[in-house]
Design a protein around this ligand. Structure first.
Ligand SMILES: Cc1cc2nc3c(=O)[nH]c(=O)nc-3n(C[C@H](O)[C@H](O)[C@H](O)COP(=O)(O)OP(=O)(O)OC[C@H]3O[C@@H](n4cnc5c(N)ncnc54)[C@H](O)[C@@H]3O)c2cc1C
Length: 358
């Protein structure tokens, strides 16, 4: 970023920020060392892929704009834009990119746009510019600023702006987020081939196991087993603080609890339990907003009064706070929302071209 003064800066390189950066061709800052945010993918034993946050996506959903109902089909959109990004169907309308959810995000990042390892702590206004400061005392100037962090983090960054209260008031009902703990186990050389009809993700709201996925099968690995568990809100809240040690490994005193959950999954498939060779732990402090402007399961209505008011507030101060608390806590909804927001920004109707592909 030459002289660190640009027209538009984006903060947060999750799926929302990355799509916007793609259309605006603007720099994007992220505190992490890679793009991805809640669509991040890791490797167990430096080899085997597994998703740490979002594990798959629903391909299509409806939205309304200019009184017209449309269907957004993410795969058609991706195939058209990034023919090299291979995706595969897991079941029903659910898909995963072949190299994990992170590849969905990284497809949108253009060379030189991503500036990583930059944690923004404060934004103030200096004349017509936003002065954006990181935790290493570097600063960046931009005329317009788009912040895509989970809402509580975005509000924290802007609290010294003169119009902070207006944003705080508008976003009040979206401020509460759920915490989610995740544990992922690796069993090398353990084949675990399920019946084709059996879903590789299962819901189980009992016993604090909210959701589990067989990550290895998602990536067509039938020689090794990778299981990932997302825990319930209650369990996650209770165990959040001491879930991991200082090296970000699962705390030793949590191993037994986690293994009990793994063991219950083994018994579901009539397998004798053995301990995994590795366990990875993650914790999402802001896993997803409890209330979002558009619900994850319903259509997005870009004609709604609330959305209209939201856009007016963004335009009023050239400050755009956005992300899944607006569009709904699902990656494809963030993609569509980011395209629509980019349209407004550029004054171009991107949606009728990009959003209505057959
Ligand atoms: C456990 C879990 C499971 C999920 N499962 C699914 C699923 O199966 N399917 C699905 O579609 N969706 C799922 N979701 C929801 C989906 O992941 C999110 O809705 C979506 O990824 C949100 O993207 P975003 O870009 O809005 O935010 P984020 O991905 O959170 O991006 C925000 C970015 O801002 C950065 N950031 C934060 N603070 C700062 C700062 N101060 N300075 C600089 N950078 C900062 C972060 O590092 C991050 O990269 C899941 C989410 C979680 C947590």
């Amino acid at each position: 970023m030459d002289s660190k003064r640009v027209e538009t800066i984006i903060i947060g390189a999750g799926i929302t920020g990355s799509v916007i950066s793609y259309y605006l061709n603007s720099p994007i800052l992220d505190k992490a060392k890679m793009a991805g945010g809640r669509c991040s993918t890791g490797r167990m034993s430096s080899k085997y892929l597994y998703d740490k946050g979002a594990t798959m996506y629903k391909n299509s959903f409806h939205y309304t704009i200019n009184n017209k109902s449309n269907k957004f089909n993410l795969n058609n959109y991706l195939n058209n834009k990034f023919p090299n990004l291979k995706t595969k169907q897991i079941y029903d309308n659910m898909f995963v990119p072949e190299n994990g959810m992170i590849s969905l995000v990284s497809s949108f990042i253009k060379e030189n746009n991503l500036i990583s390892n930059i944690k923004i702590i404060k934004i103030i206004k200096e004349n017509d510019y936003f002065l954006i400061m990181d935790d290493l005392n570097n600063s960046y100037y931009a005329e317009k600023c788009i912040i895509t962090c989970p809402l509580p983090q975005s509000l924290e960054i802007i609290q010294d702006l003169p119009f902070y209260k207006e944003w705080e008031g508008f976003t009040q009902k979206y401020i509460d987020y759920k915490k989610t703990l995740v544990a992922t186990g690796l069993w090398e050389n353990l084949s675990f081939n399920l019946d084709q009809n059996q879903k590789i993700s299962e819901l189980n709201h009992k016993d604090n196991l909210e959701y589990f996925t067989i990550e290895s099968q998602k990536f067509d690995d039938y020689q090794n087993l990778i299981l990932s568990i997302q825990f319930s809100k209650e369990f996650s809240e209770k165990n959040f603080e001491n879930w991991m040690d200082e090296n970000k490994n699962l705390n030793k005193d949590k191993t037994e609890i986690v293994e009990n959950f793994f063991s219950s999954i083994f018994s579901k498939y009539n397998l004798n339990y053995i301990s995994p060779s590795q366990i990875r732990a993650h914790r999402w402090k802001y896993s997803n907003p409890i209330v979002s402007m558009f619900d994850k399961d319903n259509e997005i209505n870009f004609d709604s009064v609330t959305y209209h008011d939201y856009i007016e507030l963004c335009k009023k101060y050239n400050l755009y706070l956005t992300g899944d608390w607006v569009f709904g806590q699902r990656a494809p909804k963030c993609v569509l929302g980011a395209i629509q927001l980019s349209s407004i920004f550029l004054g171009k109707d991107l949606l009728s071209v990009e959003g209505s592909l057959p």
